[in-house]
Design a protein around this ligand. Structure first.
Ligand code: FMN
Length: 418
């Protein structure tokens, strides 16, 4: 059975919750006094203790990442909030910025203070203009109350927030491509360092976190690390704004604890499969996670460890529900077309691999492919793994392998030539 829990989504259903007066009446900025009683390291330690994990897809420990930021360096530190949210099936961050933008702003104040940053950027996908406008109004309200700007809350701390609008490239959600784009360059991911270090914005130490990660911080500061850890599992603590899309009765974003049964979640919040059809499969965490069969869904719980144990991943928690009538060959073609279009083209295995698989998928659907072509796709997927600057190509390789290995008979059903 589902235990309903609302940490980040607590104010979502309150009318005009994006308005600062409504937000203030409903608890926003209420723990700000607590903030000033802590020093930077205290906040980082609390976030570390809480087990908060990044909610942009990777699930890395937020506290460990914050701890990489130099607190007494001679360069300015930057905080960058990732609101690119371009992954098919993922639409949770827009809920936060449109329904409770002051939660994000409050989270930014805590997080910026923790890493000693006086400038935060919110990188938002270009298509989110209407949500950007709501967020900008909330930021303007916060400035007018002296919650942002110089000497905020009369505590001698300066903090500015600037929204930067992306131009519609999925790859700009990858943190280093995002920073390239923020610097005014083409959004190409950067080579990763061998050791753990901060990100760099114009050569200055920078922390990049997802919107929901930062929006989870006020609860933790307000209630303490233990309160956050009381939700979820031992290794995946807290909650996530999971989402449902596809062939489901109630599409939407519903918060749940990590460790919740996927099937219970689908039935409780989603109301079951649309038109009372049978479930065929679920893409569990945004389009770039390995598909699960209905059988696999029966026994799986929504946490990082369980999904990894069956060869998939939790990703962003955006579940795409697929019913029994779905043609899996067409579904994979649709996804591959997206990735082919969005590959930034920097790395050969990604640029050529996504294009080649797309071409073969078309030939399968056209009925002019043979059985070796299906194996060729798997071979190409293998060449896309581990040889690129970012994980776009390996993720696509997993998506391809998942569809073909789990639904191969459907692909073979299209083969009419030797
Ligand atoms: C192709 C690609 C797209 C990504 N898109 C997003 C995105 O839209 N939003 C996001 O928060 N993270 C995205 N990420 C993950 C980011 O690189 C980064 O890990 C994340 O913003 C860090 O924040 P977190 O630790 O709070 O999750 C993407 C990664 C890849 C490889």
């Amino acid at each position: 059975m589902i235990k309903e829990v609302k940490i980040v989504s607590k104010n979502f259903d309150i009318p005009n919750s994006h308005n600062i007066e409504v937000a203030l009446k409903n608890g926003r900025y209420s723990s700000i006094d607590k903030l000033w009683s802590y020093n930077n390291q205290d906040i980082i330690d609390i976030v570390k203790d809480s087990g908060l994990r990044g909610k942009g897809g990777g699930g890395a420990s937020a506290g460990d990442k914050w701890a990489l930021m130099p607190l007494d360096g001679d360069k300015p530190n930057y905080l960058v909030i990732n609101c690119d949210e371009s992954e098919p099936g993922t639409f949770k961050d827009r809920e936060i910025i449109s329904k409770d933008p002051h939660l994000l702003i409050e989270g930014i104040i805590y997080s910026a203070y923790a890493i000693n940053s006086h400038q935060a950027y919110i990188y938002i996908r270009g298509e989110y203009k209407e949500f950007q406008d709501i967020l900008q109004s909330a930021i303007d309200e916060a400035y007018s109350k002296n919650f942002l700007g110089e000497n905020i809350f009369n505590r001698g701390y300066n903090l500015d927030i600037t929204i930067h609008r992306g131009a519609g490239a999925y790859i700009c959600g990858e943190k280093s491509a995002l920073l390239e784009s923020l610097e005014g360059k083409r959004g190409h991911p950067r080579l990763k360092p061998h050791q753990k270090e901060p990100e760099w914005y114009f050569d200055n130490p920078t922390l990049v976190n997802n919107v929901e990660t930062i929006a989870s911080v006020p609860f933790i500061i307000n209630n303490g690390a233990e309160a956050y850890k009381s939700y979820g599992t031992e290794l995946s603590s807290g909650t996530l704004l999971f989402a449902l899309s596809g062939h489901i009765k109630n599409r939407g974003v519903y918060e749940a604890e990590f460790g919740t049964s996927m099937m219970d979640y689908i039935n409780h919040y989603g109301g079951g499969i649309r038109d009372n059809k049978k479930l065929k499969a679920v893409i569990p965490g945004g389009a770039s996670t390995t598909i699960l069969t209905a059988k696999e869904v029966e026994n799986i719980t929504l946490d990082y460890e369980s999904l990894r144990a069956i060869g998939s991943s939790l990703g962003t928690g955006g579940m795409i529900i697929i019913d029994e009538d779905t043609n899996m060959v067409e579904a994979l073609k649709n996804l591959v077309e997206f990735y082919h279009h969005e590959s930034c083209g920097q790395c050969t295995p990604c640029r050529e691999g996504s294009s080649w698989v797309d071409t073969i998928m078309k030939s399968i659907l056209d009925g002019v492919a043979n059985n070796r072509d299906i194996d060729k796709i798997l071979e190409i997927a293998n060449t896309m793994n581990g040889k690129t600057v970012c994980v776009f190509a390996p993720a696509l390789a997993d998506v391809i392998r998942g569809f073909i290995l789990k639904f191969r008979d459907e692909f073979e059903g299209y083969i009419k030539v030797d």
